[in-house]
Design a protein around this ligand. Structure first.
Ligand code: ADP
Length: 182
């Protein structure tokens, strides 16, 4: 059995899709656990221009590549359009999803059924969030950070550094007016 995605039969290649805006410790936990239990995992960043992400597609891909660098059998890629088409294009057959709370389940369950209806043979597997990460979402990370809160517990160090380098205007922060001494 070969190691690299693309050289394996479809039933050995899984796709973990998401916005990853930015990648959090919760995502990373799912990636590690999926990769430990599956021969090949493609982490696929959704290029969803209508969503107006904080980080560009390239920034999200680059950060994922950095944080996944030490994890065997993981490839980072991006895609546009229908997930099931991407899954087929990459010769995969399984979609991996992380499940945090009950509300995730409602949406993810219907998406899993829809994807299977769109493409027979493409199925979804859910991994429950680890308890310590179950409350983390990219949107809460963005919000806490933009309000000046500490996100160091929620994201990998490379993500924290990248967020700190962002121009305040991208986070919706007003430029600080410099105090003048009188
Ligand atoms: P978010 O919902 O945080 O904006 P994404 O759209 O990038 O994140 O989510 C991609 C996938 O990762 C989804 O399956 C989502 O349920 C899962 N996920 C997100 N955060 C976590 C977490 N903290 N623990 C487990 N799974 C998660």
């Amino acid at each position: 059995m070969a190691n690299k995605a693309g050289t394996l039969p479809p039933k050995f290649v899984a796709v973990y899709p998401g916005s990853f805006d930015p990648v959090t410790n919760g995502h990373l936990d799912i990636i590690r656990r999926a990769a430990a239990n599956y021969p090949s995992l493609i982490v696929a960043v959704v290029a969803n221009p209508s969503k107006k992400p904080l980080l560009s597609l390239q920034e999200r891909v680059d950060l994922l590549r950095q944080v996944c660098a030490g994890i065997a059998h993981v490839e980072v890629d991006s895609f546009e359009g229908l997930l099931v088409d991407y899954v087929r294009r990459r010769k995969a057959s399984l979609i991996i999803k992380g499940l945090r709370i009950v509300s995730d389940f409602e949406y993810e369950f219907s998406m899993a059924l829809l994807n299977r209806r769109l493409r027979g043979g493409v199925d979804t597997m859910f991994l429950p969030a680890s308890l310590e990460y179950a409350f983390i979402s990219s949107s809460s990370v963005r919000e806490v950070f933009s309000l000046g809160g500490d996100i160091s517990e929620f994201v990998p160090p490379a993500v924290l550094r990248a967020m700190k380098r962002l121009d305040g205007s991208r986070l919706g922060l007003k430029k600080r007016t410099r105090r003048r001494g009188h």
